[in-house]
Ligand binder design. Structure first.
Ligand SMILES: Nc1ncnc2c1ncn2[C@@H]1O[C@H](COP(=O)(O)OP(=O)(O)OP(=O)(O)O)[C@@H](O)[C@H]1O
Length: 324
């Protein structure tokens, strides 16, 4: 059963005349990794700050772990670990000392502090470098230490604002694997904001597409693809070892299949646009009718297709760029 951990109702923030967040309605459930995906300036950070009670909504409400973030911000802060987009440490101190300091600030009892710090260092894979000064740390290591800092108070939810910013590809992969592991093994709920499609796609269970203060769509990838590409969401291309002449005789029979919306062919390749996945039936039909199949390709819509389409159709913009 879905247990709501973050509930946003009509959440709105205006800065003067500027509408930074516009009527945001969203639910994130226990143990879920939710990705807030949107370009710079979309309103992701502002939404997060409202969830943490760090800025007041102009309208609407944010409830986190059962507490209203505006009226009960302290309670929310005891339940939530927040990692901002740039994490800072005392560079002249070791990783261990930085964590001990943060642990004390969070009110951890001295007798459990050392053990807790060693545990989180282990969790984020930094045990070996615990005695090194953080000035020597790479950006990827600093992000891991930032995560350790967030975990030290044993939060139920972690909110990560652009956590992969400035890390190299291997560091990103390791970091995202770590997030997934923590969520799955410890039942942590994660809200992650990013403008990197591929990072979000790798780790999130559900994604919200956020543009110009508005949540344009949310769901898992198949749901988003279905909402967007509708009944032509399944595209299968099959190449044969024969040149296809117009009209291609089997076309008449295949047009009678209710799952097929459109058939096009050129050269040796036929493209079927279908309202459900019928690739196995298509292959069977062609083989049974003595056609030799050279290749089969089923298009799976990725987050970049989905995001680009939303970005273009819903905002009228076409300056979308891939951010792989
Ligand atoms: N304190 C503020 N005063 C005025 N405008 C603000 C303030 N904070 C944010 N904004 C504006 O609100 C909009 C949303 O900003 P926000 O930082 O939430 O976006 P974002 O999606 O997190 O983008 P980024 O990744 O660039 O931080 C932007 O147009 C920004 O300029």
């Amino acid at each position: 059963m879905d247990v709501p951990i973050i509930q946003l109702k009509g959440l709105t923030k205006r800065y003067g005349n500027h509408l930074a967040v516009d009527n945001l309605n969203l639910q994130v459930n226990k143990g879920e990794i939710f990705g807030l995906l949107g370009p710079n300036g979309a309103g992701k950070t502002t939404s997060i700050l409202m969830m943490l009670g760090l800025t007041e909504p102009t309208e609407g409400s944010a409830t986190v772990c059962g507490y209203n973030a505006t009226t009960d911000p302290i309670k929310v802060k005891t339940k939530v670990g927040y990692m901002p987009d740039s994490v800072g440490f005392y560079d002249h101190m070791t990783a261990l000392d930085n964590l001990l300091y943060i642990g004390r600030l969070n009110g951890l009892a001295e007798h459990q502090l050392k053990h807790k710090v060693e545990l989180v260092l282990e969790l984020v894979g930094l045990s070996e470098v615990g005695l090194k000064k953080t000035a020597t740390f790479s950006r990827g290591m600093k992000q891991r230490l930032g995560l350790a800092e967030v975990l030290i108070k044993g939060p139920e939810v972690i909110i990560l604002d652009e956590p992969t910013l400035g890390i190299d590809p291997t560091g990103v992969k390791d970091f995202l694997v770590l997030i997934r592991k923590l969520s799955r093994e410890q039942g942590l709920t994660v809200l992650l904001s990013s403008h990197h499609l591929h990072h979000v796609q790798q780790v999130c269970d559900r994604v919200g597409i956020f543009v110009e203060g508005r949540l344009l769509a949310e769901g898992d990838l198949p749901q988003l693809a279905e909402k967007l590409f509708g009944k032509n969401g399944y595209v299968t291309s099959i190449a044969l070892d024969e040149h296809l002449s117009h009209p291609w005789p089997p076309e008449r029979v295949l047009q009678g299949w209710d799952a097929i919306d459109d058939i096009s062919y050129q050269g040796e390749t036929i493209v079927f646009s279908c309202n459900r996945n019928i690739t196995p039936s298509l292959v069977r039909f062609l083989v049974e009718n003595d056609h030799n199949i050279m290749s089969v390709n089923q298009k799976n819509y990725g987050l970049d297709d989905i995001y680009q389409r939303y970005f273009e159709t819903q905002t009228g913009k076409s300056d979308y760029k891939r951010t792989a």
